[in-house]
Design a protein around this ligand. Structure first.
Ligand SMILES: *[C@@H]1O[C@H](CO)[C@@H](O)[C@H](O)[C@H]1NC(C)=O
Ligand SMILES: *[C@@H]1O[C@H](CO)[C@@H](O)[C@H](O)[C@H]1NC(C)=O
Ligand SMILES: *[C@@H]1O[C@H](CO)[C@@H](O)[C@H](O)[C@H]1NC(C)=O
Length: 378
């Protein structure tokens, strides 16, 4: 019987080896990110404010009514379902939602998939959100990440920890709205600031703080960043209600401030991309995505962008009613997926899905210089 010639065997083995390494290589590409670190305000808070003495809370029904992971119970998310941060993590293959930093059980291996530091009412500036009594500003959120960073060294060892943080993690920063809505534009809080600072100086201050904050994250080994600009805050139902506007009108001053900040944010990210070696700062143009949703809501299957689903009543107590946006005594709409806004401030899960998918897969109009799928594979 003619045996298989030795070189034939070698060839077969070689082919099998290269096939398996090919498959492995493909696996690596599709593996997704290991962890998602989330910084920001109530747009992405996943429960930190549950552990603070604060007026900015969402751990009451009907918040979370569509959040599958909790069976519809409130978690502290300021929306009916997933936040943009949750959805982006899912789309990039992160195995679990980032755990809230302040939750007592966010320890040990639970933090390996990422940690969420976001806090309703928080801002770039320390004074932002003081009307809520307590909230975590971005400076403190980064102090907390500094603590997490040391825990990673202990969990994985310094070399693996650095790899995990730098190459296999995404850092998202969604902040700035409160620096206008609950600081600069709020006479109660900002009397001092507004007298001494024109908008240009205030926005310069914000950008300088943020430069420092992003640089600190870089010093702690963050490399893959996505930074959201401020949305059209003049078009949220809360602003329409307190300014007694019609459904399709927006507050000009608030939107102008947002746009001015956004222009400078874009320049800051370009600057940091040139300056901080090995880092990629992705600019998330949430303003334009949300403006498109508000303007052409019917095209996306929504029936309204003017009123929130929960506690939608305009003029029921004015400014103070807006501080606690949605709770058990609020009125609740039936067609939750047909509202762009969940409450007076925050997008619904249906809107969050559209926003998040634009960031992950969208073109440079909405996310640049690369989208998050491309950022994942860098
Ligand atoms: C922490 O506890 C909360 C509330 O009991 C629970 O929903 C969550 O799944 C726990 N998280 C972890 C990482 O164990
Ligand atoms: C804001 O607060 C943080 C933490 O308490 C502090 O480290 C930082 O210096 C403060 N920033 C300013 C500008 O006061
Ligand atoms: C992190 O904390 C250490 C103290 O434990 C401090 O020396 C260092 O400056 C902090 N790093 C940043 C970027 O805040």
């Amino acid at each position: 019987m003619a045996g298989v010639k030795p070189w034939g065997l070698v060839l077969i083995v070689f082919c099998m080896m290269s096939l398996s390494s090919l498959v492995k290589g493909a696996d690596n590409n599709n593996e997704g990110l290991a962890a998602s670190f989330i910084f920001g305000d109530s747009l992405v808070d996943a429960g930190n404010n549950n552990y603070l003495q604060t007026l900015s809370k969402a751990n009451v029904p009907p918040n979370g009514i569509d959040f599958k992971a909790s069976g519809g119970r409130p978690t502290g998310r300021f929306t009916n379902g997933r936040t943009i941060g949750d959805i982006v993590g899912e789309e990039l293959g992160v195995p679990n939602y980032a755990v809230p930093y302040l939750a007592p059980n966010s320890t040990g291996n639970a933090i390996l998939y990422g940690v969420n530091y976001a806090s309703g009412g928080g801002g770039i500036m320390n004074a932002t959100g003081s009307i809520f009594v307590n909230r975590l500003g971005l400076d403190i959120q980064i102090d907390y990440f500094n603590i997490t960073r040391k825990q990673f060294d202990q969990l994985l060892g310094p070399s693996n920890a650095q790899d995990h943080i730098s190459k296999r993690s995404i850092f998202s920063i969604t902040i700035g709205s409160n620096d206008f809505l609950n600081n600069y534009l709020l006479p109660l809080v900002s009397t001092g600031t507004r007298i001494s600072e024109n908008p240009d100086a205030y926005i310069d201050d914000m950008i300088n703080r943020l430069r420092n904050q992003l640089t600190r994250l870089y010093q702690l080994d963050a490399r893959k960043f996505v930074v959201a600009n401020v949305g059209p805050i003049g078009c949220i139902p809360y602003q329409k209600a307190i300014n007694q506007l019609k459904e399709n009108q927006c507050v000009d001053l608030a939107n102008k401030l947002a746009m001015q900040y956004n222009r400078q944010l874009k320049n800051l990210l370009t600057e940091l991309n040139g300056k901080l070696q090995g880092a990629m700062f992705v600019h998330a143009n949430v303003y334009d995505i949300v403006m498109e949703l508000i303007t052409n809501y019917a095209r996306y299957g929504f029936t309204t962008a003017g009123t929130g689903c929960c506690g939608a009543g305009a003029g029921n107590g004015g400014q103070l009613a807006g501080i606690i946006p949605c709770g058990p005594t609020s009125s609740l709409c039936e067609d939750r997926e047909k509202h762009v806004f969940w409450d007076s401030y925050h997008p619904s899960e249906a809107a969050n899905l559209i926003i998040a998918r634009q960031l992950v897969y969208g073109s440079t109009q909405y996310v640049s210089p690369v989208n998050l799928k491309q950022l994942q594979n860098l």
